[in-house]
Design a protein around this ligand. Structure first.
Ligand code: DGY
Length: 328
């Protein structure tokens, strides 16, 4: 098989990099590291395959990669890629669904727990030496078990989250998904424990709302002032999907002047979160640095799957996961 030119644009585990190097000519150049930027752009000119994540691959960048045949993203989300330009050019896009489902659902459930029970705030209370007597009612939390969870987006991660809530915490679960979900067929273990509702109903009826949608033109800015105003007084809002699905000024307004109890956020419109973002230090916000899938096991599984995707695509085999349209 002829060796082809691969551009690796984020760090890969050494054994996965070695798999690529065994078959192809590999350049490693991370465009987020200033002294690697020239090498990144230079190797775009010849790259036939690319593998990486967390970098905007827009139409202009694609225009500088005339030989590109496949991009293998080490992520499930594909919002960093100019999908129309890729389709027009016939460049295949692979991604890593499945292997990160349970880990990401764990993270979102942890944010639900942390926001409701004020875990970070109270841990800081201890750490900073303020635990000098029994805590008072002003520091009490809010039960999670038994609360109604509303899940926006009922794909793999939404369903895994629903399992944790319904089967582990006795929570009634409402969900909204743009395409129909057949609970009896797709998630039989949740039959009778989850109900599909209209989006506005979900906002009005859920105690805790979790966003698990992909970012696309249809979901960008989807949650704004109107949606926050629909939420129950004292509701908790959790975003484990993409920051740009939420209008952050509206979220801030709901926290400062509305009745939102708290927000748990793993994702932000701009990442890393700018130092001057009011969300960074907001007392009602538990903020995480986009760690949905960030465990040793899962990040390794993602890298391995993405490497296989790229090797398969370059050798004319069917990759494990080709992105073929937006699903939740
Ligand atoms: C994903 O896989 O899409 C995660 O959010 C990491 O970017």
């Amino acid at each position: 098989m002829t060796r082809q030119k691969i551009l690796v644009f984020r760090e890969l585990p050494p054994d996965q990099l070695a798999r690529l190097q065994a078959e192809h000519d590999v350049t490693v150049a991370n465009p987020r590291v200033p002294d690697q930027v020239p090498a990144f752009y230079a190797s775009l000119a010849t790259a036939e395959g690319m593998i990486g994540s967390s970098f905007q691959v827009d139409a202009a960048l694609l225009a500088s990669a005339p030989h590109l045949k496949v991009i293998s993203s080490v992520s499930v989300g594909v919002d960093n890629y100019a999908l129309a330009a890729l389709a027009e050019r016939g460049v295949m896009l692979c991604h890593t669904p499945g292997v990160l489902t349970e880990t990401t659902a764990d993270t979102i459930f942890a944010l639900i727990m942390a926001s409701s029970r004020r875990l970070v705030e109270l841990s800081n209370h201890v750490r900073e030496g303020r635990w000098t007597r029994n805590i008072d009612t002003d520091l009490f939390g809010w039960d999670v078990h038994g609360k109604t969870l509303g899940i926006l987006g009922f794909g793999r991660i939404g369903q895994a989250l629903a399992r944790r809530a319904a089967l582990g915490f006795g929570m009634p679960v409402l969900f909204h998904n743009r395409s129909a979900v057949n609970v009896a067929q797709d998630v039989p273990d949740l039959l009778g424990k989850v109900a599909s509702v209209a989006m506005d109903d979900l906002f009005q009826r859920a105690d805790i709302i979790a966003v698990v949608l992909p970012l696309s033109d249809a979901t960008r800015g989807l949650i704004g002032a109107r949606e926050f105003a629909l939420m129950k007084p004292g509701a908790i809002f959790v975003n484990g999907a993409r920051g740009a699905i939420v209008q952050e000024p509206a979220l801030l307004h709901a926290l400062n002047h509305g009745t939102l109890r708290a927000a748990g956020l793993d994702v932000f419109a701009t990442e890393p979160l700018p130092q001057n973002s009011p969300l960074r230090t907001h007392p009602k916000v538990t903020a995480l640095p986009h760690i949905g899938s960030a465990t040793h096991e899962t990040r390794y599984a993602m890298a391995e799957m993405a490497t296989s995707n790229l090797l398969h695509a370059l050798s004319g085999k069917v990759p494990l996961a080709v992105f073929s349209g937006q699903k939740e």
